[in-house]
Design a protein around this ligand. Sequence first.
Ligand SMILES: *Cc1c(COP(=O)(O)O)cnc(C)c1O
Length: 374
Amino acid sequence: MYKIMTPGPTAVAQNVLNARSIPCTNPDLDLTFVEDYKKLCVKISKLLDTRAETFILGGEGILGLEAACASLTEEGDRVLVINNGVFGRGFQDFVQMYGGEPVLFTGDYRETIDVDALDKFLAADSNFKYATLVHGDTPSGMLNDASAITKLLKSYGILTVVDAVSTMFGDALDAAYIDILCGGSQKVISAPPGLTICVLSEDAKKAINDRRTPIRSFYANLKVFFDYYKEKWFPYTMPISDIKGLDAAIENISCDRDILQRHAKIASAVRKAVTAAGLRLYAKSGFSNTVTAFKVPEGINAEDILNTMRTEHNILIAGSFDVFAGKLIRIGHMGNNAQTDKVAETLKALDDTLAKLGFNASAGLFDTFTENIW
Ligand SMILES: *Cc1c(COP(=O)(O)O)cnc(C)c1O
C-alpha cells in the first residue's frame, strides 16, 4: 500500500472506513436515512458558517461543477468564466454544453486573480447571469481570494459559482457571497472519492426556480433535490455507505479546531523548503495551503521523480496535467495528509530522489521543513 501524498484523493481515517462498513438500510424507504442526510447537510452548512443549504450528490467532484452550470445556464446566457488555471478555464466547457455563452476573464496562471483588474473589467461589462471561479486551482496550487471576488461580483448583481473542491476546510473561505459552492469528498475532507457537496444560497435557488426553460439534465440537475425533505424522496437511490463515511469525515473536521492553522503552518514550511533547496515554486502569488507545485528542475524528467518516489520510497506524489503536464510536481498536504510527520517523510524521500536523479540542492527539503515548522 502506497502512502498517498497527492492533492486528493487523500488518506482516509479508520473511523471513516468503519462508518462505510455499517450494515445499510434501504435509503429510499427507510425515513431514518432522510433524517440522517438532512442532519449531515445542516452540519456542513454550519461548519462553512453559511445559511445556504447543502445538498450532497452521488458523484465525484466534477458532478458538482457540472450540476451548478447545468442548473443555472439557459440558452444564450452570458457567463463570466474567471480563468487563471486549468479548472478555471474548464468551466467554459460546462457553460457551452448547456447553451450558455462563456466570456473569459483570463489572468496570468502564475498570479492570483487581481481583484482591482476584475473590478475595472466589470465596470465596462457586467451583463452576466453568473460567474465561475476556482478557489484553489489544484493543477498549479493557485489560490484565489474567493471571498473578495465573490463580494465584488455580487455588488454587480452577478450570481457566483465557486469550485472549492480542493480547498474546502483547508483554505479559509468566507461563503457569504457565494451562490453555489462546490466541494468534494476526496480532498481535505479525506473521505474516498464519490460524493460532491453543493451549497446553494436563496438567490441561487430563486434563479433556478425562475428559469424560463427546463434544466437539460436529470443527474446534473440541482432542482430535483430542492424538496427532498418535504417529499421524503430522492431523485435516485442515495449511496448510503458513502454518505455514512462522509458523516464520519465531517465529524472529524468539526472536532479538529485548528485544521486551517495546521494547513497554513505546514504549507508555509513546505514552500520555504522548496525555495531553499533551489527548486522553483510555480506560483508567484496565491498559494493554496492544500498543495504545493514546483517546477521540474532542468534536465530531470517528471516521470523519473514520480517513479523513484513510488518504487524506492513507497510514496505517491503527483505530476500535473493539461498545460502543466511534465512541467510541475505537486505535493498534497491536505486533510489527513496535512500532518508534520507525513510531510517530513515525503520531503526526506524527495531529497534522496532528487539527489539520485542528479539535482544539486542548495539545502535539504527535510532540514528546512523541520526547522520552519512551529
Ligand atoms: C479534484 C478537483 C475537482 C474534481 O475533479 P477530479 O476529477 O477529482 O480531478 C474539481 N475541481 C478542483 C479544483 C479539484 O481539485
